[in-house]
Design a binder for this molecule. Structure first.
Ligand SMILES: Cc1cc2nc3c(=O)[nH]c(=O)nc-3n(C[C@H](O)[C@H](O)[C@H](O)COP(=O)(O)OP(=O)(O)OC[C@H]3O[C@@H](n4cnc5c(N)ncnc54)[C@H](O)[C@@H]3O)c2cc1C
Length: 477
């Protein structure tokens, strides 16, 4: 994976740049000591590391605007950062950049139950948005597995989703408005506390823009009354094909579970060894969760059970109480940790048409044998979002390159079957060089022109999302 050569002229001016940043921020908000900037050298894609020149930790939109104005005048690249949990390397620094971390911007600014929204600073963690309103019976729906740590800022930049996106959608379906600071320090409001704003859907452009177009400092989010209850069931099958057909039959029947999660055998075995959730040792496992009032839950589960039993599962397990429900989810929620205990891993994130799952899993198995690297698969079966977890050994020479090549082949396969490179983790650096597999040169040029409008000097997160060769001239200024 290539990154641009750091601009030596910028690095040479580090001391002057730090002095200017200190003139607009409290002393503890500017980190320039190399021993301390190392804390920002990577995100959750830990295979790639590079300490930034400086890290800044503002507390307000005005401070963010002042930072960006200085960086714009000094022509310093800026990499926005939320909590650094990106699995695509979206928050990876360059040695000549300023990391702009919003972690200290975590206040709740306004809560309005009558109009069903909450307004927060963007550094607030996903789970603590619900934490602020749950005692009043409300919740924020998008639920990435990283929700304890990841920030709303990163969720917006990556258009993150979670297990419950089948019913509630991903971030873009729950985002009403943002305060955005442009690279020159201009503050703009996009959308607001209403379901649809007039004019071009700029909010749709910002959501998923991976820190390319501006720095989000505040967000207005749609909130929902908490459902009366929820209950999962676990269904084990001895065939991926049959599990896939069962998912299609449930959807075709018009039932809308909040989540349908799929795990394959390597993943089931790894999580069972790690979390001991009591999963059956089978080829494919589905966790299906429904919610509503007790009669609604009972009615949905009865229909799901009837469909599942037609496919001869090796096990159909209902959660009789809260404890059993937690055990059903335990293995799935531990899946990434379980794989991480075995070895280093790279977590991919391609999307495929649900019907091609058996074919894609078979091809991934063949590739796994050919590359000599193990892989386990977790899949949001409701919306076709796959998470192959490839195991490799970061200390073994050549293993990372092998893992990258295997990962690229899996993502190309996703595009080949009619899917796309990313479902929820974003492009970052991980899939940057594969963008030309998904998009032709005309499509890519159209996307570059959108960035030209928001960030004409190409200073915001400039080495991400687009293949380096096609952005070289723009980045050179
Ligand atoms: C164990 C684990 C499980 C995960 N599970 C899921 C999952 O279920 N679903 C899912 O979608 N993702 C998942 N992720 C990936 C990750 O948590 C998400 O992409 C998350 O949204 C990143 O948020 P963050 O605050 O950590 O962002 P960061 O990693 O800090 O940054 C991510 C991107 O956002 C940009 N950015 C950050 N702040 C701003 C800002 N203020 N303005 C503009 N751009 C900004 C960055 O430049 C970068 O491109 C998982 C990650 C881990 C480690």
């Amino acid at each position: 994976m290539d990154m641009p050569i750091p601009n030596a002229a910028i690095v040479a001016r580090k001391s002057a740049i730090v002095t200017r940043l200190r003139s607009v921020l409290p002393a503890d908000a500017v980190i320039s000591d190399p021993a301390e900037t190392r804390a920002y050298e990577c995100d959750a894609l830990t295979a790639y590391r590079c300490a930034p020149m400086v890290a800044v930790l503002p507390r307000t939109t005005a401070e963010v605007a002042a930072i960006l104005k200085i960086c714009h005048e000094e022509q310093v690249p800026v990499v926005p950062r939320g909590s650094g949990t990106s699995l695509a390397g979206g928050a990876l620094p360059t040695a000549d950049c300023v990391i702009l971390g919003v972690a200290r911007m975590n206040a709740v600014l306004e809560t309005d139950y009558d109009n069903r929204f909450i307004r927060v600073q963007s550094g607030r963690t996903n789970l603590s948005v619900t934490g602020a309103i749950e005692s009043d019976g409300w919740f924020y729906a998008p639920d990435p597995s990283s929700q304890l740590a990841c920030a709303i800022a990163g969720n917006i930049a990556m258009n993150s989703g979670g297990a419950h996106c089948l019913k509630y959608g991903v971030t873009t379906n729950n985002l009403l408005g943002v305060t955005l600071v442009q690279m020159d320090g201009t503050v703009i409001e996009i959308g607001g506390p209403w379901l649809d704003a007039p004019g071009i859907d700029l909010l749709g452009v910002i959501c998923g823009a991976e820190g390319q177009l501006g720095v989000v400092t505040e967000a207005t989010l749609r909130i929902l009354p908490k459902p009366e209850g929820a209950r999962p069931v676990l269904v084990g099958f001895n065939s991926n094909e049959v599990a896939g057909t069962c998912v299609s039959d449930i959807i075709k029947a018009g039932i809308l579970p909040v989540a349908i999660e799929f795990m394959d055998r390597p993943c089931i075995r790894a999580t069972e060894a790690f979390a001991k959730a009591g999963y059956p040792d089978c080829e494919a496992l589905l966790i299906i969760e429904v919610e509503g009032s007790p009669p609604e839950i009972a009615e949905q589960l009865a229909r799901i059970k009837a469909i599942a039993l037609r496919h001869n599962p090796v096990e159909f397990r209902e959660a009789a109480d809260e404890d059993q429900a937690k055990r059903i989810w335990l293995g799935r929620k531990s899946a990434f940790g379980a794989m991480g205990k075995i070895n280093d891993y790279m977590c991919l994130d391609g999307t495929i048409p649900v019907s091609s799952l058996p074919y894609v899993l078979r091809r991934i198995g063949e590739m796994s044998a050919a590359y000599g690297l193990d892989v386990g698969n977790v899949f949001h079966a409701g919306d076709g979002n796959m998470h192959p977890l490839i195991l490799y050994d970061a200390n073994k020479p050549g293993d990372l390159a092998l893992c990258e090549a295997f990962g690229a082949d899996i993502l190309k396969l996703c595009v080949e079957v009619g899917g796309c490179l990313t479902g929820e983790h974003g492009v970052g650096i991980e899939k940057r060089d594969l963008m030309s597999v998904q998009f032709n040169p005309v499509d890519l040029e159209a996307q570059l022109r959108v960035k030209d409008v928001f960030d004409p000097a190409w200073l915001l997160n400039p080495a991400k999302v687009f293949p380096l060769d096609i952005t070289a001239a723009r980045r050179a200024g």
